[in-house]
Design a protein around this ligand. Structure first.
Ligand code: AMP
Length: 115
């Protein structure tokens, strides 16, 4: 299912241009338009899921596939020295696009705790 007003649904349908870097198992990966690291990809399900807070048991396979996809992309982008997966769920966490997405960040050192 998709949401006609959702930016990432439009990216998944290719009606909004993006820099797509891969696709697998109902998932799409593309470059973040405002990268926060030398490698900053977004991994989204092609089906519309508003946020991590909306996932259920029905999404278990999708979530597992997303992590394996991230791992493959990390190898492809030579992030062997370390990478970070971020999910902002909810407004207070900084979620700005209401379609579930995993940030895959790498190519620099990261701080902890995050801001
Ligand atoms: P979040 O704040 O966690 O919801 O992340 C949304 C991300 O989407 C931000 O890092 C934005 O830079 C990114 N973004 C917004 N619009 C686009 C777009 N058209 N193409 C690629 N990335 C985008």
């Amino acid at each position: 299912m998709s949401d006609g007003g959702c930016l990432f649904c439009r990216i998944a349908k290719r009606t909004v241009p993006s820099d797509i870097v891969g696709e697998a198992d109902g998932l799409l990966a593309f470059r973040d338009i405002h990268p926060q690291a030398p490698t900053h990809l977004l991994i989204i399900p092609t089906e519309h899921v508003p946020s991590l807070a909306d996932v259920s048991g029905a999404h278990t396979t999708l979530l597992g596939n997303a992590m394996q996809f991230a791992n493959r992309l990390a190898r492809q982008y030579q992030l062997g020295s370390g990478y970070r997966i971020v999910v902002n769920s909810g407004a207070q966490a900084g979620q700005s696009v209401w379609h579930l997405h995993f940030h895959l960040l790498g190519g620099r050192a990261f701080q902890w705790p995050p801001g």
